[in-house]
Design a protein around this ligand. Structure first.
Ligand code: GLN
Length: 547
């Protein structure tokens, strides 16, 4: 009896906000969700977010950045959709694997239970077994996170076959927790069609109809549009979709960065509307710090151009966390960072394009294609005194370049690309030799890194022990460390055993460093990645001295 009452209380005190999308995908639903969460957080509430990805993949780890954008990594090592990166950046709270529910995870649990005989005698079906598992996962996060409000973003578009079981589960949850504890937010596209610039609401109407047909009525409609929604458009949506006009929110394209969106939403009193519906008291959101960050970002005093050399440059979202890290550094230093995206494969025909840069970043990656171009970029930066930052594969390629052109080992390489090279300066991590499955098996997540107190890395971090997120299978081969260091490339950050190289910096160069880990995953608007900050600062100094 006691247990039963406890469960009922938990369910009734939790407030849930479900965010769905209509018309098309890629509307910026993740930014809308993050922004709603942000204004509630600044109101003094504890918030948490779950992302539902209706694809069959267990996680995002095996997905190609070309198709899906960057794979983001959490502290616990879970590889997730890039939206979780947005949530962490907006809220500055660490999320974990439970914050990402995929069809793969749900089915795996249900099938495992079935094999153990837990449904013995029953036919296992989407309703109730799959939907119950979805509900269990959502309730668990709501409970264990201790959040006042949990937001749930449903990936994809309403009407997709894949998202049906999730929407059904959310409809049920909505009924279970009661009207004052749940809100459905529907984000849609409001296209502007003709030259007169008329805003079209028909797609929104259709999409809401679709949502209603599965039993969900939206409480709030967020209209994504290139420009602000006019009063008439808001009225029309309000009438046709049956939501109060205060609940039709305009979300025009941001001017400088996505960080404007919380302010944009709050100017339409969104937090007040949500609070009223969910019966939440408390103060108005205190957006002072956020506004100050925006003010710095939007009023730079200087600017620099940084080249990002990679093979996925044609889809900018592939390097989203780097792009954001530069925005964070930019606000911090009041320096606009213009990113020049450089295709590493194209560099193999000549490095002329690199001349005008004030800094170069080589991000992470997999596979041999484009690696020779990265090696050329690393060499160009080293020989011309251009500030350089290598991340993960960028770190490894800079070590290969150094081994080839400074140590004189012409065929030096990573065994990822040439397994039988005579100088394997980058080699498989010992614990990876036994691994045969691809998903979730790299060295992943937050790991301790110990910095040499007499280093630039230490000066940048201001701490001897740091924790950064990892995602790799290869590392610097121990056999070459002594020789590399004796030629001026010093490993100033190592793991706890002292055997895994985590950071290098080059002596006699204004700024030439790299990390095996990914500092971009922990960069936040008010706490920029130290290494990106270092690179932008060095780029600024480089620019000043080369005027
Ligand atoms: N492919 C390299 C490795 O597995 C680098 C990985 C990365 O850049 N994330 O070690």
């Amino acid at each position: 009896m006691k247990i039963f009452i406890f469960v009922v209380i938990i369910k009734h005190s939790m407030k849930l906000i479900v965010v769905t999308g209509g018309v098309i995908s890629g509307l910026g639903k993740g930014i809308t969700t993050s922004s709603i969460a942000k204004i509630l957080q600044e109101k003094g509430l504890k918030v948490n977010i779950i992302k539902i990805d209706p694809y069959i993949n267990y996680d995002a780890g095996t997905m190609n950045p070309y198709q899906h954008g960057e794979v983001f990594v959490l502290d616990d090592g879970t590889e997730v959709d890039l939206d979780l990166g947005n949530y962490e950046r907006f809220l500055d709270i660490p999320l974990n694997g439970e914050n990402n529910i995929t069809t793969g995870k749900v089915y795996k649990t249900v099938i495992e239970k079935e094999r153990k005989g837990e449904y013995l005698g029953k036919t296992v079906q989407i309703i109730p077994h799959i939907t119950d598992e979805i509900k269990r996962r959502i309730y668990r996060v709501a409970k264990t996170s201790g959040a006042d409000v949990v937001l749930i973003e449903v990936g994809g578009t309403v009407g997709d076959i894949e998202s049906m079981p999730f929407l059904e589960a959310l409809r049920q949850i909505g009924r279970e927790v009661g009207e004052e504890n749940r809100l459905f937010v529907h984000t849609t596209l409001v296209p502007v069609l003709d030259v007169v610039g008329e805003q079209k609401t028909k797609p929104t109407q259709h999409s809401v109809k679709e949502l209603r047909s599965i039993g969900i009525s939206p409480d709030i409609i967020v209209g994504r549009c290139s420009v602000p929604l006019t009063k008439e458009t808001k009225e029309k949506i309000s009438n046709f979709c049956d939501v109060p006009i205060d609940a039709v929110i305009s979300a025009p394209d941001a001017k400088t960065s996505v960080y404007e969106v919380p302010i944009m939403l709050e100017e339409q009193n969104l937090s007040e509307y949500i609070s009223k519906k969910l019966r939440i008291d408390g103060r108005r959101p205190d957006m002072r710090k956020w506004r100050e960050f925006l003010e710095r970002l939007e009023n730079p005093e200087e600017e620099v151009t940084i080249g990002v050399v990679g093979k996925y440059v044609h889809l900018k979202d592939s390097y989203l966390s780097h792009k954001e890290s530069f925005i964070h550094a930019s606000a911090h230093l009041r320096t606009k960072v213009n990113i020049r995206w450089i295709d590493s494969e194209a560099l193999e025909n000549g490095t002329e394009g690199l001349q005008s840069l004030h800094g170069i970043l080589i991000p992470g990656g997999f596979g041999a294609r484009g690696t020779e171009g990265k090696i050329m970029a690393a060499r160009f930066a080293r020989e011309n005194g251009i500030p350089f930052l290598g991340i993960c594969l960028g770190f490894q390629m800079a070590v290969v370049e150094f081994a080839r052109n400074v140590l004189g080992y012409d065929d030096a390489n990573s065994t990822e690309f040439v397994p039988d090279t005579t100088h394997p300066v980058i080699d498989l991590l010992p614990e990876q030799r036994r691994v045969n499955e691809l998903g979730g098996t790299m060295r992943l997540g937050s790991q301790k890194v110990i910095l040499d107190e007499n280093s630039r890395a230490y000066r940048l971090y201001g701490e001897k022990i740091i924790y950064e997120r990892h995602r790799h299978r290869y590392e610097v081969n121990e056999e070459y460390i002594r020789e590399i260091e004796s030629h001026g490339m010093k490993f100033t950050g190592k793991d706890e055993t002292g055997r895994k190289m985590e950071i290098f910096e080059l002596e006699g160069h204004p700024f030439y460093m790299a990390s095996q880990f990914h500092p971009e995953f922990k960069s936040r608007p008010l706490k920029p990645s130290r290494l990106h900050l270092g690179l932008v600062q060095a780029a600024l100094e480089y620019k000043r001295s080369h005027r």
